[in-house]
Design a binder for this molecule. Structure first.
Ligand code: MN
Length: 191
């Protein structure tokens, strides 16, 4: 797969004359400071889009219930199309009728480190990755494991046991606001 057609599905699904989302151009892969972002997206169904920078794009999963700090929780994460790196700053309203129509906030962002022994791209192909998040809300070690391969890849996001695991706090409930604007998803697009 060339870097150009990594984003062809992303581009095909969107009309950039209508949506304020960035158009899809892959970036040059970076050696360090790989970013992650979690966007809260109130589309047809509310979900959290979890995205990891891998080889110049944001590899993405939609997580209906969002991340949990409790290592006993397994959060379903459905793989979605790769997004451009520019998408990590996107906060706004996708017009209704467009793909993913509804408001989006940047719920968390930061950098991550691969904790696996293989490259992230290889781990993703094999369906098993481990990483450490250095975000504003999310920290510590996490794993994503693929359960069902096709047609919609279903994975599970699980907090690994470490100092940042917490069996009691509900972070998505406790901290609903954007790390960019401080707005809640229901406030985006309103004046
Ligand atoms: Mn979404």
């Amino acid at each position: 797969m060339t870097s150009k057609n990594k984003l062809s599905e992303y581009n095909r699904k969107r009309d950039f004359d209508v949506t304020p989302e960035p158009d899809g151009t892959p970036s040059k892969p970076r050696e360090e400071n790989h970013s992650f972002v979690v966007q809260k997206h109130d589309a047809t169904r509310l979900h959290y889009d979890f995205r990891l920078e891998v080889d110049g794009v944001l590899v993405s999963w939609a997580i209906p219930r969002g991340p949990s700090l409790n290592p006993a929780d397994k959060r379903m994460a459905v793989r979605t199309e790769d997004h451009p790196l520019d998408y990590a700053d996107f906060e706004g309203v996708i017009p209704s009728g467009e793909y993913g129509g509804g408001p989006v906030i940047v719920w968390d962002r930061g950098t991550y480190e691969n904790l696996g022994s293989e490259l992230m791209s290889k781990g993703i192909r094999k369906g098993r990755i481990k990483f450490r998040l250095n975000g504003e809300k999310l920290h510590g070690a996490w794993s994503l494991i693929r359960m069902i391969r096709s047609p919609k890849e279903t994975w599970l996001l699980v907090k690994m046991v470490d100092a940042y695991a917490d069996r009691k706090r509900d972070l998505v409930e406790e901290q609903p606001q954007s790390v960019i604007s401080g707005k809640r998803v229901e406030e985006v697009g309103k004046r």
